[in-house]
Design a protein around this ligand. Structure first.
Ligand code: MG
Length: 448
């Protein structure tokens, strides 16, 4: 079985993700990098993260690599800190998965996670079990390091902090019992915000479902409304995604805040390229056209966005799940910096968050998950492709198939990790959305 899924190595703690497995992954990673390297490691707040980290570190030390342990830190801080200072980074986390899960993400010296090429090399070493353990006098060293302050100093130089401070924003931040608990309160304080922090215990028992979505942020919405806040924000456990709530309690998915920040970035640069995935709303096409920008649409996944961003020298990248990439900082998603950028944008306006959002073109969206066994996925997708051809509509096959309609689109994608096919529709007209979803869900069911 392949070690890597679309989101790195993940599994259930003490079932798949055991100390023995983490040790082997440590051997593998150390053999992959070669001895004598500087490796930065950090972890999230899960109950199993310290256990897995210790095992992984042992494996790494035994391969003659020097380990620098940053403790519990949001992954964007690791992505940022690796560049120029370390040979690689490692994060023990499984991001937005339930508390019983854990995983490991590997970060290259450019700040991006492993791409397919590195994954294949890693899997080969793991499968061969030919680990290069060092002789006694070349075993690696272990040191604790503090990496947060250099990161905080850097991000403060990349926004107009004085302007944000003048507004004394009232904000509710749901840190989701995750790594942002150790960063966001400090940042909001330095930004002069009157902040209420929600879900800040870090014992590994999560008070809400870790993925920030409209249905998991009910308490945040209640608090934003009852405290008459200017905005709310929520993070996932490793802190690379941020989802915002307006003063009216409306949850804004990453399409909307990403498009808003893309518009702002294009305005400031005068031109440039924006990178996003095919799963993002057509809202971004409207925004990019409006500001004479260029757009690159990649397959779904944060790394695809980061790689395209580096390759194209783009000025901004984002995903519909709330991840945003700011190349002036790092090629990886950053939830805390996104928060500062949204505050900076609001600080330049006299209008409320919801008023600013209301000026963007409105698209209605709906999603469905249709069960489909792994072995039938390919056949179903082929049939959907020929159906789309018969309809004589424009299509995009970067990832799954996206059928481009005049006022909206239909995206049909097989899940990379589950026996499911995802159907995502959007339209400028509310009634079309329901019709389109019903039509394509029944097609996917009928074909099987
Ligand atoms: Mg994450």
């Amino acid at each position: 079985m392949a070690l890597f899924s679309t989101t790195g190595i993940r599994g259930i703690s003490n079932h798949d993700m055991t100390p023995e497995f983490a040790l082997q992954l440590g051997y593998t990673f150390g053999t992959f990098t070669g001895k004598g390297k500087k490796i930065l490691i950090a972890r999230d707040t899960r109950t199993s993260s310290e256990m897995l980290k210790n095992s992984f570190v042992s494996g790494l030390l035994s391969t003659g690599n020097n380990v620098f342990d940053a403790g519990i830190i949001p992954i964007p801080v690791v992505n940022f800190s690796v560049k120029g200072k370390y040979d690689a980074g490692v994060m023990i986390t499984s991001s937005h998965n339930p508390p019983e899960y854990n995983g490991i993400k590997f970060i290259l010296s450019n700040g991006l996670e492993f791409a397919e090429k590195e994954e294949m090399k890693f899997e080969k070493i793991y499968a061969s079990k030919k680990f290069k353990l060092a002789p006694w006098n070349e075993i690696g060293s272990y040191k604790k390091v503090e990496i947060l302050s250099a990161y905080v100093e850097k991000i403060k130089t990349l926004v107009d902090l004085e302007k944000i401070k003048q507004r004394n924003f009232k904000i509710v931040a749901d840190v989701g019992n995750g790594t942002q608990t150790f960063l966001i309160p400090q940042i909001l304080k330095e930004a002069g915000c009157e902040a209420t922090i929600l879900n800040y215990s870090t014992d590994g028992f999560f008070s809400r479902i870790p993925e920030p979505r409209p249905d998991t942020l009910i308490r945040l919405i209640e608090l934003v409304l009852s405290k008459k806040s200017d905005l709310g924000v929520a993070y996932d456990v490793d802190g690379d995604r941020a989802i915002f709530v307006t003063e009216n309690g409306e949850v804004l998915m990453g399409d909307v805040t990403g498009s808003l920040l893309a518009a702002e970035t294009l305005k400031n640069h005068g031109k440039g390229t924006i990178v996003t995935t095919v799963a993002t709303s057509s809202l971004i096409d409207d925004v990019v056209n409006n500001y004479n920008g260029k757009i690159i649409k990649t397959e779904v996944g944060a790394n695809a966005v980061g790689e395209a961003l580096l390759k194209s020298n783009a000025i901004f990248g984002f995903e519909e799940n709330g991840g945003c990439v700011f190349p002036e900082l790092s090629p990886a998603r950053d939830g805390a910096f996104k928060t500062l950028k949204i505050l900076e944008l609001l600080a330049q306006e006299s209008r409320s968050f919801s008023e600013i959002i209301s000026e963007l073109p409105k698209y209605y969206q709906a999603k469905a998950r249709v069960e489909c066994p792994e072995k039938k996925k390919h056949f179903v997708m082929q049939r959907i492709k020929s159906l789309a051809k018969e309809l004589k509509q424009k299509t995009d096959i970067t990832d799954g198939i996206k059928i481009l309609l005049g006022n909206g689109s239909v995206l049909i994608r097989p899940s990379g990790t589950e026996p499911l096919i995802r159907v995502f529709v959007e339209s400028k007209f509310k009634k079309d959305v329901e019709e389109l979803l019903e039509k394509w869900v029944s097609e996917v069911k009928r074909i099987q």
